[in-house]
Design a protein around this ligand. Structure first.
Ligand code: FES
Length: 574
């Protein structure tokens, strides 16, 4: 309660004010379920949030509890400057503090656009109040000239065709009308779909909640069920997020992330969520999981289909049923265990979107973790969406100093670049850009695209949209802006990518690299004030989830810290 130095008066005053909204004593005596509202005119992905919130409220009230809706920050991927990633931690802080500050016994968070579910889960785990996550759901697909379209893998593919001169201005305008045909999140296996599936795998949503299309009636019914579950949790005071986000559920999430061909952003967000619960993701363990767990889900950009097809094929429970031998089915969820959810998986005869283990899309998982003299703390490649011919490749470095430099020179006809060169972008990491913009998907230089070049090896300390594809090494850590080895690369240096050996190296001798390192690099200018300064001073590197150093939790116990596949969270890995 608000502190006035007199607890009884605090309650008296609080009741007096809430009664101004017309609540009766009977209503106010009920268990309270807070509902975080992220609807915003700037966030079309959350366009159905008001309808979902009504359904959650109905479920809460049918169970005899009182719903209380409150606003938090909402972030849309395309409307957040400089990048939504900068604001993720602000949204997490907002969610955590409003859950803490206001009276509620449980909370339902309604979100979906890329950074929103990670932010809401991070905040809820830190507040450690019973939480139910309600994803807004994916968009339905669009159509153009007999082809099925989806945001935003097809946005990139068709824009690349436009750049290469294969699609004219009139047609690209038509495509623009058709790529996002409904409210909801991007319907390929981008970050939003990935994080909704991760949330369901962690056990923080009701079953099937990740994939039901946003405009479907089933999505609304799922929200109503979520309200009922939240009301039961408000009465029980359990389970707490700290009992759900455990080494077991994080292991399950890593298995599923590999099996769905998930977004590379997923591993950053998962590391941040783990850090809030006092755990740390071991990238080496994630890589080992990827060597065993195949890609089973046939969705773009790694495959051919879209989220509504994944839902029609049985959604997350069907996928979990295929993956049981890799999972810890005893992991608790908001309404039982993960094993209970496997029991709900329907046998979907004839579907080909969620494959059985003996008929995978790719024999190995979606992502590999690379080390080498360019990335001592790791880097990530989504090899399921890369060109097989480029997974072992050496080429000359063509270096871009920043995102701005890239934009300025990439299409310069005078740029010295050939198809077998390696494009290098630096100063685009958590602190450097700031916020690791999704600039890792470096466009193919126009003059090469016009010659039919579709893919090149590209390296950066940036991120990439989960909807993108190509032979692209991301999240190079530590980033160039804090003195990582990426800062030492010069035009013409030979760079070797060897995904089979899990390495990416600069083939320059150590003495020369030491000489280059001795020349001080210019640090990023510290913002003068405000959130930008807070972000600059406290953001962690990609391998620690880009959370703020003061927001991570201490390890839950020393035994937990020793357990594979997790390592002790240092909380100071800047
Ligand atoms: Fe919101 Fe893609 S822009 S999920």
């Amino acid at each position: 309660m608000t502190s006035y130095g007199d607890e009884a008066f605090s309650l008296f005053l609080r009741k007096a004010f809430i009664k101004a909204a017309g609540y009766s004593d009977d209503a106010l005596d009920r268990p309270i379920v807070g509902i975080a509202d992220t609807s915003s005119d700037y966030n079309p992905c959350h366009g159905n949030a008001p309808q979902l919130i009504e359904a959650v409220k109905r479920g809460v009230m049918l169970s005899g509890a009182l719903p209380m809706v409150f606003p938090t920050i909402s972030i849309h991927e395309s409307f957040a400057h400089p990048t939504s990633m900068v604001l993720r931690n602000l949204m997490a802080m907002d969610t955590e503090e409003m859950v803490r500050a206001q009276p509620m016994d449980a909370v339902v968070v309604v979100g979906g656009c890329d950074k929103t579910l990670p932010a809401q889960i991070m905040g809820a785990v830190s507040a450690d109040l019973p939480v139910v996550v309600v994803p807004v759901g994916p968009m339905v697909v669009g159509h153009h000239k007999g082809e099925t379209l989806g945001a935003c893998t097809d946005c990139r593919r068709l824009w690349a065709a436009h750049r290469a001169g294969d699609i004219d201005d009139e047609e690209i305008d038509q495509v623009n009308d058709r790529l996002a045909p409904s409210v909801g999140t991007c319907m390929v296996m981008g970050t939003a779909s990935t994080m909704a599936i991760i949330a369901e795998t962690l056990g923080l949503t009701v079953p099937f909640a990740a994939a039901i299309p946003a405009p479907h009636a089933e999505r609304v019914r799922s929200a109503e069920v979520s309200g009922r579950v939240a009301a039961a949790m408000a009465v029980a005071g359990a389970p707490l997020p700290s009992a759900i986000v455990t080494p077991a559920s994080l292991h399950n999430a890593m298995v599923v992330l590999q099996a769905i061909g998930g977004s590379t952003n997923g591993i950053i967000h998962l590391a941040a969520i783990a850090g809030r619960a006092g755990h740390a993701i071991d990238l080496g363990a994630f890589d080992r999981i990827g060597r065993e767990v195949p890609v089973l889900v046939d969705l773009k950009p790694s495959g051919a289909h879209y989220m509504e097809h994944f839902h029609n094929a049985g959604g997350v429970p069907r996928l979990l049923a295929e993956l049981t031998r890799f999972l810890d089915l005893s992991a608790p969820t908001i309404d039982g265990t993960l094993g209970d959810r496997v029991m709900q998986a329907a046998d979907m005869h004839g579907q080909d979107v969620i494959r059985p283990l003996d008929r995978p899309i790719k024999a190995q998982g979606a992502m590999a973790v690379l080390y080498g003299n360019l990335c001592p703390r790791g880097a990530v490649i989504k090899h399921s969406a890369a060109s097989p011919a480029l997974l072992q490749h050496s080429g000359r470095a063509v270096v871009f100093e920043s995102v701005e430099d890239l934009a300025r020179r990439i299409d310069d006809p005078a740029l010295d670049v050939e198809a077998d060169d390696v494009l290098v972008l630096r100063n685009a990491g958590p602190r450097g850009a700031p916020g690791m913009p999704e600039a890792g998907y470096i466009p193919i230089p126009k003059k090469l695209a016009a010659r039919g070049v579709k893919d090149m090896v590209r390296l950066s300390d940036a991120r990439m949209s989960g909807t993108a594809f190509g032979t692209i090494v991301l999240h190079i850590s530590p980033e160039a802006a804090i003195g990582g080895p990426l800062a030492l690369v010069r035009n013409g240096d030979l760079i070797r990518l060897d995904v089979a050996a899990r390495r990416v190296d600069i083939l320059v001798d150590e003495a020369e690299l030491a000489k280059r390192a001795a020349v001080a690099h210019s640090p990023v200018e510290r913002p003068a004030r405000g959130y930008a300064q807070l972000y600059h001073d406290h953001v962690l590197q990609a391998d620690a989830g880009c959370d703020f150093d003061f927001l991570t939790a201490q390890p839950a116990s020393s035994a937990d810290a020793d357990a594979e596949p997790f390592q002790q969270s240092s909380g100071s890995t800047r």
